[in-house]
Design a protein around this ligand. Structure first.
Ligand SMILES: Cc1cc2nc3c(=O)[nH]c(=O)nc-3n(C[C@H](O)[C@H](O)[C@H](O)COP(=O)(O)OP(=O)(O)OC[C@H]3O[C@@H](n4cnc5c(N)ncnc54)[C@H](O)[C@@H]3O)c2cc1C
Length: 373
């Protein structure tokens, strides 16, 4: 249905990508401009993107977050308040690393990493790290429910050659909009998965230099929960770089959450579930004895590098590329807008950073539409 002001375009605003940023933008626009016709297009078969909770009743009553899990900067994190609004429970148990049960690295590599500009700009905001009992993914997808959305629709081309109308090609046919907001990951942009006509080379160059790093999670079910201490954080090895970190019994549940990053994550994702299970079993057996293996089985595992519409976990800036976050976030021609975690100068790599970029884009879109009613 054409919106009142759409001047021949089918929709006022089409938002591409139903992750934290796209959902936040849509909700903001619904709140400040209820007169607009808005449509969210999502290539995958669910809302949330890199926020994805899977339920395992046998793992206790907590959800397993395959993507984001921690409300970083929780006191000021927008998602903390939204959790209450949508009827979910924020658990304020201090994160194990905030309560002193964490192995600190203090070596040359860590100090070197801290000299990189992007790293120094990272600031999740004040407040501790909290969790949503029903899952961060549950929270973000639930917040997206009131938004008109089409799942399974992959945008392949954005034709902005014509004034007043942007033509959007998808695997399910075409549609048009006055304004488009792009929230797909930098790896998708860098791979040219959406063609812009005319091209937007500065956006693609920014995305190339803000690639996604890889982190994956493996959740292990624990047959006898007494076998491990509750809510404890453990580093697999302090002598090897290729090691996992482990949340033992998060929120007291009979689960171990293993976290692999960097080259190790790539290797284990390529080798598959059994390899990841064996690796985690070895590291846990080294700490707790060989019998612990008998207690463990796989509950869930992520494979973010292979996720077809995402292609990794969260963005980092190549040396010298930190300012490209601003280049990526800048609107083009006041009608193609960009949002997503990689657009956040200080809260990149987080779900609340993604939220903030979505809200900021929505406010700019509203401003643009009121200038050109
Ligand atoms: C393992 C892991 C752990 C993490 N832990 C934390 C944490 O503890 N705390 C935290 O704050 N953050 C964490 N994060 C990061 C957080 O999940 C992300 O920063 C955030 O969810 C990104 O949201 P986004 O909207 O920018 O992008 P996305 O979630 O990637 O959303 C983009 C959406 O666009 C869709 N899409 C892509 N291409 C197309 C297309 N052509 N057409 C239509 N749709 C398309 C995708 O399917 C996707 O749903 C973690 C991430 C991972 C992977």
């Amino acid at each position: 249905m054409p919106g009142e002001n759409s001047k021949g375009a089918e929709k006022d605003v089409v938002i591409i990508g139903a992750g934290a940023a796209g959902i936040a933008a849509a909700r903001r626009l619904q709140a400040i401009r209820p007169d607009l016709s808005i449509l969210l297009l999502e290539a995958g078969d669910r809302l949330g993107g890199r926020a994805w909770s899977v339920g395992r009743p046998e793992a206790g009553d907590i959800a397993l977050d395959l993507g984001c899990g921690w409300l970083h900067g929780a006191r000021t994190n927008a998602w903390t308040a939204i959790a209450g609004e949508v009827g979910l429970t924020v658990d304020r148990t201090p994160a194990p690393w905030n309560s002193g049960r964490r192995l600190q690295r203090d070596d040359a590599e860590t100090h070197a990493a801290q000299q990189v500009l992007d790293y120094n700009r990272y600031d999740p905001g004040p407040g501790p790290d909290w969790r949503v009992r029903q899952g961060y993914g549950t929270l973000i997808s639930r917040y997206g429910r009131p938004v008109p959305t089409r799942l399974g629709v992959e945008v392949t081309r954005i034709d902005h050659r014509h004034a007043g109308r942007i033509d959007i090609e998808t695997n399910q046919g075409g549609l048009s909009a006055r304004i488009v907001l792009v929230t797909v990951s930098t790896n998708m942009l860098a791979a040219g998965r959406i063609a812009f006509d005319p091209p937007l080379p500065e956006k693609i160059e920014a995305a190339v230099r803000l690639p996604l790093g890889l982190a994956n999670k493996l959740f292990l079910r624990l047959a006898n929960q007494q076998a491990l201490p509750a809510d404890t954080h453990m580093l697999g090895s302090i002598s090897r770089g290729a090691t996992g970190t482990y949340q033992l019994r998060p929120l007291g549940a009979a689960v171990v959450e293993a976290y692999f990053a960097g080259d190790l994550a790539h290797d284990l994702e390529r080798e598959g579930k059994e390899a990841a299970f064996a690796f985690a079993g070895d590291e846990l057996a080294a700490a707790f004895g060989a019998d612990i293996r008998k207690e463990l089985s796989v509950a869930a595992i992520s494979a973010w590098a292979a996720a077809p519409h995402i292609g990794g976990s969260y963005s980092y800036a190549e040396p010298g590329a930190s300012d490209l976050r601003g280049v990526l976030a800048a609107p083009h021609d006041e009608r193609i807008f960009f949002a997503g975690e990689a657009c956040s100068r200080a809260r990149y790599s987080t779900a609340h950073g993604a939220y903030e970029t979505g809200v900021a884009a929505a406010d700019l879109i509203a401003g643009s539409l009121s200038k050109n009613p």
